[in-house]
Design a protein around this ligand. Structure first.
Ligand code: GDP
Length: 312
């Protein structure tokens, strides 16, 4: 099991087209999380046809990157205000955010919307000024604008000390220095490792897990994604599922997955602070708590205000 100190859980937030997808692709490619023969699809996170069609990312996607001894879980957020409830839920799964802002275009409505949610959840922010390669980019002015937005949104002192990474996701370069770009994403990985706190939940207590996102697979049925809030979760483990209405059902963890690159990988067990996917619990729903049957305590109910996904 990964040492808790070496885990970073972050969400990536941005206005549409500011470069989230391109950035995550580059982070994946350069981290070597992929094996040599694996090819990163043209747009790794934008794999859903409907998303392509609409040109926006509408479903959250989980990615995990290995960097040195660290495991960096990255949760993508929907780039559309209709999915505010989902953004809200994702904020509860992570300890920090990468706020990606186009160094030419500056702050846009969705920048403000997602940043507000991140600040409200007391997350540690890193600002990524992307598209620094654009000839008309104006990084200094945009950093000032971002700072004004932080102040306007009531950021706390810690959040106001946000580090800035200047990047070109397109070229795969980044730097903490506005004057010159390094030929890789190192500055961004290092900033994540240094600034984002690691998980600190209690591994010793009985299991508690909040179903935060749902996925569906025709072989495995519903897949519950979330962060282990406390304790340890194991394949085969009997659990109690607490519904939003207060009922308690008995179930079993048939299969447990962690993330690696864009894939899910089967794992025997995971612990508080890990982001995992659970298969085998029929009819599982967002907002339900999966817990140790000896201590079935529900976590606070989540707001769900987006259209319910069609689950067959
Ligand atoms: P998303 O909507 O935030 O996921 O944005 P995408 O990653 O899809 O990028 C939107 C557009 O901006 C695409 O045409 C990208 O090629 C382009 N883009 C992304 N990053 C950069 C960058 O660093 N520099 C430049 N010049 N273009 C970029």
């Amino acid at each position: 099991m990964q040492a808790r100190e070496n885990i970073r859980n972050i969400a990536i937030i941005a206005h549409v087209d500011h470069g989230k997808t391109t950035l995550v692709d580059k982070l994946l490619q350069q981290s070597g999380t992929f094996r040599d023969h694996e090819v990163v699809h043209e747009r790794a996170m934008d794999s859903n046809d409907l998303e392509r069609e609409r040109g926006i990312t509408i479903l959250a996607k989980n990615t995990a990157i290995n960097y040195k001894n660290y495991l960096i879980n990255i949760v993508d957020t929907p780039g559309h205000a209709d999915f505010g409830g989902e953004v809200e839920r994702i904020m509860k799964m992570v300890d920090g955010v990468l706020l990606v802002v186009d160094a030419f275009e500056g702050c846009m409505p969705q920048t403000k919307f997602v940043l507000r949610k991140a600040l409200e959840h007391n997350l540690t922010p890193i600002v990524v000024l992307n598209k620094i390669d654009r000839p008309n980019a104006n990084p200094e002015a945009v950093v000032d604008e971002v700072l004004d937005l932080f102040i306007e949104l009531g950021a706390n002192d810690h959040q106001l000390e946000f580090p800035v990474v200047y990047a070109s996701a397109l070229m795969g370069t980044s730097s903490r220095n506005v004057e010159k770009q390094d030929d890789n994403m190192e500055a961004l990985y290092e900033t994540v490792v240094e600034h984002i706190p690691h998980p600190t939940e209690n591994v010793e207590e009985p299991l508690q897990f909040l179903v935060t996102l749902l996925d569906y697979n025709e072989y495995m049925g519903r897949i519950a994604i979330g962060r282990v809030n406390r304790g340890v979760i194991r394949q085969g483990q009997p659990v109690a599922v607490m519904t939003r209405e207060g009922a308690i059902k008995q179930a079993r963890i048939e299969k447990l997955f962690g993330f690696q690159g864009l894939k899910r990988i089967e794992v025997e067990e995971a612990a508080a602070g890990d982001i995992v996917a659970i298969a085998g619990i029929k009819d599982i729903n967002i907002g339900e708590t999966i817990a140790d049957p000896s201590k079935p305590e529900a976590l606070p109910v989540l707001e769900i205000d987006e259209p319910t996904l069609q689950m067959t």
